[in-house]
Design a protein around this ligand. Structure first.
Ligand SMILES: Nc1ncnc2c1ncn2[C@@H]1O[C@H](COP(=O)(O)OP(=O)(O)OP(=O)(O)O)[C@@H](O)[C@H]1O
Ligand SMILES: [Mg+2]
Length: 362
């Protein structure tokens, strides 16, 4: 049985035009690290608020350990929370901040002292117990917030963009800390981020949100290698897109420039023929050549080179594709230095090749 179940949950804030969470169905397993990833306004925070008990759904059921919790107050849910703006109490020391959830639960002082010391050790802050939050760095403050969320041994910890205020290096360090804590404690974690690389670093599974619904829920690798639709393909990783007329039998599209491109078909056959379809291929799967023969791939898309950018370990080529469409879509190719044709000049024609199994038609 899943630890958490959202069953047809619907949340509509008064006065807003559309639902923040729209018929959400989601099961979260005990011990898993699940990330909610999606654009601004897609309902990630609202989903956490519903789970924490800070908001109530308009309809639907939320179960924790098999029991419906919609009418259970937040403090009785045994859920630890770390929110970006759920700041520490400035007038309290680190130790007092971490002790807070235990004090409100009226635990004995000796128990509190032991648990606070253990929680601070878990996040490597033993020496800083007597400082106040303003005497700590951003990363240290987030660790105090994490210790405060973990100190009462919740079975579930919710984190809403806890690292977004930190610089890149510190954020990456904290990601590894959170991974370690998740492994060591075995606690279920639900994490919200905008940042796809953060989601991929941390998660067992990622739910990709869009307009209050889940577009796809899968492991990071599955989302990347087998996206369910163009939204997911665009949201995780770089992606090149071209629309054309679908030929289901050939598993191909015909581009506006009249070229046929084959790929894996990821949609049902349309009722009418020649329906529009979208082809997606990632930049690292493209090969670049001056002509089709040189490439040796069955797919070859004519393009015009717009720019060549050196990125250290690889080259990034920008090209316009598609023939007649104006403005022509731009594609990116990620090419290793050894695979870069010699004598490329901006403005010249070239071919972008790829294998059918490395691209999708939606
Ligand atoms: N208290 C509120 N009252 C009215 N509308 C709200 C409220 N909170 C959120 N919304 C609306 O609900 C929708 C979902 O918001 P939510 O905060 O869940 O998105 P989010 O995915 O967390 O976005 P972000 O990445 O920007 O934090 C948005 O359209 C937002 O404007
Ligand atoms: Mg949010």
């Amino acid at each position: 049985m899943a630890l958490i179940e959202f069953d047809h949950v619907f949340k509509h804030y008064p006065g807003s035009a559309s639902a923040a969470v729209d018929d959400l169905n989601l099961h979260i397993e005990a011990g898993e690290f699940l990330t909610l990833l999606g654009p601004s306004g897609s309902g990630k925070t609202t989903t956490l608020m519903l789970l924490a008990g800070f908001e109530a759904p308009n309809s639907g059921t939320i179960r924790l350990g098999g029991n419906a919790i919609e009418s259970l107050p937040a403090h009785q849910r045994q859920i630890g929370v770390v929110f970006q703006n759920y700041s520490l109490f400035p007038h309290m020391t680190v130790a007092q901040n971490v002790a807070f959830p235990l004090s409100v639960r009226k635990q004995p002082a000796a128990v509190i002292a032991d648990k606070v010391a253990a929680a601070l050790a878990k996040v490597h802050l033993q020496g800083l117990a007597e400082r106040r939050p303003q005497q700590l760095s951003g990363g240290q403050q987030q660790r105090v917030a994490l210790a405060r969320a973990l100190v009462f041994e919740p079975r579930l910890v919710l984190m809403d963009e806890p690292l977004s205020a930190l610089d890149k290096k510190l954020r990456e360090e904290m990601q590894l800390e959170i991974r370690r804590l998740h492994r060591e404690l075995g606690v279920t974690m639900v994490f919200v981020t905008h940042d796809q690389s953060e989601a991929m670093t941390l998660s067992d599974r990622v739910a990709v949100f869009n307009h209050g619904r889940i577009e796809q829920l899968a492991s990071p690798q599955t989302l990347y290698d087998a996206p369910a639709n163009p939204f997911v393909a665009n949201f995780l990783g770089d992606n090149n897109v071209l629309t054309g007329a679908l030929d289901v039998g050939a598993s191909a599209i015909r581009t506006p420039g009249g070229q046929w491109l084959q790929a894996r078909l990821r949609r049902a056959a349309p009722n009418g023929d020649a329906a529009a379809a979208t082809l997606c291929v990632r930049p690292e799967f493209l090969r670049v050549g001056l002509n089709a023969q040189e490439l040796g791939t069955s797919n070859c898309l004519n393009a015009r080179l717009l720019d060549v950018i050196h990125q250290g370990d690889h080259w990034r080529l920008v090209a316009s594709v598609g023939g007649v469409a104006e403005p022509a879509p731009q594609w990116f190719a990620k090419v290793s230095p050894a695979a870069l044709p010699s004598g490329l000049t901006v403005g010249q024609s070239l071919c972008l090749g790829f294998a059918p199994e490395d691209a999708w038609i939606f």
